[in-house]
Ligand binder design. Structure first.
Ligand code: IP8
Length: 246
């Protein structure tokens, strides 16, 4: 089973508010529909949908809000983006099942995330493709904070026992001097090359992604949209991030 993150910057135009990159989304949907691997959980990022609303209200994964407008604007934007993603998946012949994390998850006062995966496992077993997304999340004593797609990927991979994890980003992998780094075993190996994401992003860019993947019990790969089909077919694309002990 694969957990795949479609980066927000892949499926939206991050420089223009609430704009879907239709051709890119369609290409991703076509690649998924053509894949031999049928068991895939998809998580998509926020891109130009959720991050602007989160930033406008000062909401981050740790800074919360009790403002109902902030909750609505962040969640509504992500729900609408999820509609577009599942719509493109249906058009490509897939059987997407939307899953809205805001309605499913919560954090305790220490920030620990509760994410029940039973429904997602059943959705997969019944032949559907669960499609989750970064979202707001109710957070004890803080109101609502942000739950990034990367955090969801890590939890889903662990709790559903994924064999492989993929982060499809706008770059062909983690880069050093323009070259794709083949393998990363520790964050310290690449601290010189990890910087922030482009556009407004409240959840951490590439450093956060690599750090998340290093915490997995499964091999993770960071790759670009052109390599999506090859990744789904099990080819060694992009950067392998593997924090497991040898
Ligand atoms: O784009 C962020 O998810 P990400 C979610 O996966 C929101 O980091 C609502 C900003």
């Amino acid at each position: 089973m694969i957990v795949l993150k479609l980066g927000g910057s892949v499926i939206t135009d991050k420089s223009t508010p609430e704009t879907v990159d239709e051709p890119a989304l369609e290409r991703a949907a076509t690649a998924l529909a053509a894949a031999r691997e049928r068991e895939v959980v998809v998580v998509h990022g926020a891109g130009s949908f959720g991050h602007r609303h989160a930033a406008a209200h000062g909401v981050t994964p740790t800074e919360g809000t009790h403002d109902p407008e902030a909750l609505w604007e962040v969640h509504d934007a992500m729900r609408r983006l999820n509609d577009r993603v599942t719509g493109a998946f249906r058009a490509a012949g897939l059987a997407p099942a939307p899953v809205h994390p805001f309605s499913l998850c919560h954090r305790d006062a220490a920030g620990a995330l509760t994410l029940p995966v039973g429904g997602i496992a059943t959705t997969l077993a019944e032949g559907f493709v669960p499609v989750l997304h970064g979202d707001g999340v109710v957070h004890r004593d803080r109101g609502v904070t942000i739950l990034s797609g990367d955090e969801l990927v890590v939890r889903l991979a662990r709790d559903l026992g994924a064999d492989r994890v993929g982060l499809c980003s706008t770059v062909p992998g983690v880069l050093r001097d323009g070259e794709v780094i083949g393998r990363i075993d520790a964050l310290s190996e690449v601290s010189d090359v990890l910087d922030g994401a482009e556009g407004v992003d409240v959840t951490g860019g590439m450093a956060g992604k690599v750090d998340s993947l290093l915490g997995l019990g499964a091999p993770g790969r960071v790759f670009g949209p052109d390599a999506l089909e090859a990744f789904l077919d099990g080819e060694p694309v992009g950067t392998l991030v593997d924090g497991r002990e040898d």
